[in-house]
Design a protein around this ligand. Structure first.
Ligand SMILES: NC(=O)c1ccc[n+]([C@@H]2O[C@H](COP(=O)([O-])OP(=O)(O)OC[C@H]3O[C@@H](n4cnc5c(N)ncnc54)[C@H](OP(=O)(O)O)[C@@H]3O)[C@@H](O)[C@H]2O)c1
Length: 248
């Protein structure tokens, strides 16, 4: 799959590198072409190092420099495609799916710069409010993205810190991380589920795009708990203690 990422920051780096390792073609974009190109080169290097560590024994310590560079070249020509960078509009045109991973302050400008190619595409919205303690549920970011672009937005990946998305895989106490996804378009939801599974995580149906507001509010609330030093994971009981209900 071709994955365009609006953003060349930490989330683009963490998620895009994982997806490159999973065999997808990735293109990132920030405001500065030079910085974006540097980010893309760093992601390619990380993806090659991770792939070569498992696939090419010649990259192990002790192998000659020549053997190591041959192994890296083999990896580059094989399962890991070079991560590219481009303008916001180029990223929008490149992606079969486009991930929105920019700061709230630049969200509207970035989407406008990305242009009409986003219309009708699956868009994965990983954004959170810049100031979680002042999150405004009357202005959900996912709705803003849908309204500006006309794309099929799926909200997800916003509940966890970027370092979680760098884990290979994100598994805690033997359980793969569950990732709730909210969206209206089933084809876009299928794409998002694939991208979650590619990280070694479990997709969870979070309902329609209207529920993305609750997902954003949940992130804001949990971030407040974590910043206050609380163990946010401990606030919820396990499923058998969640009360009597019919599974959806
Ligand atoms: N970091 C986390 O732990 C985390 C976790 C979950 C969700 N998120 C959300 O994911 C999104 C990206 O986070 P991140 O950690 O990748 O942020 P980051 O490292 O600061 O990168 C932000 C990206 O947004 C771009 N951008 C465009 N317009 C901007 C503006 N006016 N001001 C600032 N940046 C602008 C930046 O462009 P340049 O490259 O040109 O600087 C950069 O590529 C945010 O909405 C954040 O809330 C973050």
């Amino acid at each position: 799959m071709r994955i365009g990422i609006l953003g060349a920051g930490n989330m683009a780096d963490a998620l895009g590198t994982q997806w490159a390792v999973a065999g997808h073609e990735v293109m990132v974009s920030g405001r500065d072409p030079g910085r974006s190109a540097e980010r893309a080169a760093g992601m390619t290097a990380q993806a090659v190092a991770r792939t070569s560590a498992t696939a090419a024994p010649a990259t192990e310590a002790g192998a000659s420099a020549e053997a190591r560079s041959r192994a890296v070249a083999e990896v580059l020509s094989g399962s890991v495609a070079k991560v590219r960078s481009g303008s916001f509009a180029e990223v929008a045109g490149f992606g079969d799916v486009v991930v929105v991973a920019v700061r709230e302050a630049g969200l509207a400008d970035t989407l406008r710069a990305a242009g009409p190619a986003l219309r009708g595409k699956p868009l994965i919205d990983v954004t959170n409010a810049a100031a979680p303690d002042r999150y405004d549920p009357t202005r959900p970011l996912a709705r803003l993205i849908a309204d500006i672009t006309g794309g099929h937005v799926v909200k997800g990946f916003n509940l966890c810190h970027v370092d979680v998305w760098r884990l290979t895989p994100p598994v805690f106490d033997g359980r793969p991380l569950a990732v709730p996804l909210c969206g209206d378009d089933q084809a876009a939801m299928d794409v998002a589920r694939t991208l979650v599974a590619d990280l070694g995580c479990t997709p969870v149906n979070g309902g329609s795009l209207a529920r993305a507001t609750q997902l954003e509010a949940t992130a804001a609330f949990m971030i407040g708990l974590w910043f206050g030093g609380a163990d946010a994971q401990a606030v919820l009981p396990p499923l058998p203690s969640s009360g009597e209900h019919q599974p959806a």
